[in-house]
Design a protein around this ligand. Sequence first.
Ligand SMILES: [Zn+2]
Length: 346
Amino acid sequence: MRNITITYKTKQFKILLKRYLSIAVKNEKGVVAVIVAFAMVAILGMAALSLDMGTAYLSMGKMQKAIDAAAYSAGRQLPVRVDDYYAINAIKEKAAQYASINGCDTLSASDVTLGGAVFDYYTNIQIQTQGSVDTSFARIFGVDSLDFTKKAMVKMSAIEQTTGLTPLGVEKVEFQQIVQKQLTDGIQKAVLKNSAGGGIGPFYSILDYDGKGGQGVDYSRDLGPLGYTGVVKVNDILFKGFGAKVGISNEIYEAHACPHYPACTPENYVYGCPSILKIPVYTVVDKKTIRVDGFAAFLLQPRTEEEKSSDAIVGIYVKSLSTGTASGGDVTESDFNWLQTLMLVE
Ligand SMILES: [Zn+2]
């Protein structure tokens, strides 16, 4: 956003004008001198403007990039509770820190505001800061500096299509119950898959993303930390996987182990940790197919012996952000629990 204010000191200019006008009155040749003088002023003025504006635009572009990067990096901590002052301050400090890394030292925590509250959670970050460029040529006309204001904003927006999904899923009504229970009773473990191939609507099984069957071959590939490399969209019809081999859950636990110390928890996790599984939330269409309603993130949890023996996969719903193509709309109460991505709004 371009917003320039020029503080013009007219004193020097007035002195010049007065001097030339007095010459013009006394001397005919002076009229020519006045014309030449004004022409020079105009030409010099244009040159000053183009040179100094060029410098200013460079500087403004650099600041814009720095605060965009700052907003984006700090935004990864969203959403944050409106009364979690510790987390809010941490986000603001982080924004200032990232701006500094990117060459903007003037951003302070007070230039950062959080907004877009949904269910008592902030869903966007706005940064507004002032910059100034010292002029070189325009100084002749008393313009010592050019001041400008720069803004950046990132917001959460529900993901409509994405890649990197783990071939598990959670049925929509069950998902809503998990989230609701978590809201009222605190953090809840959810079973994302039970014994191989078992269960019906909700089926605690594996999804066959490419729909080619594969008897476990493509499941194994999709189970890895990168997930399914193809794109899955809201309203896509997907096939349930059949014939998945026993022990597939162990593969998921190995491939998605948290590499962090201390290990990621639902309250404190690293953005993009492999132990955060990205999965579709679906509605059952028929015996073989499901329809994608949205996406959600679950943090993989350690299993009890009983869960291990039934080849279960256990996770906890987290409000993590991820990558993907968003609707572009602001977060609403109806899509707040879906997986969100971060968007830069100019
Ligand atoms: Zn981790």
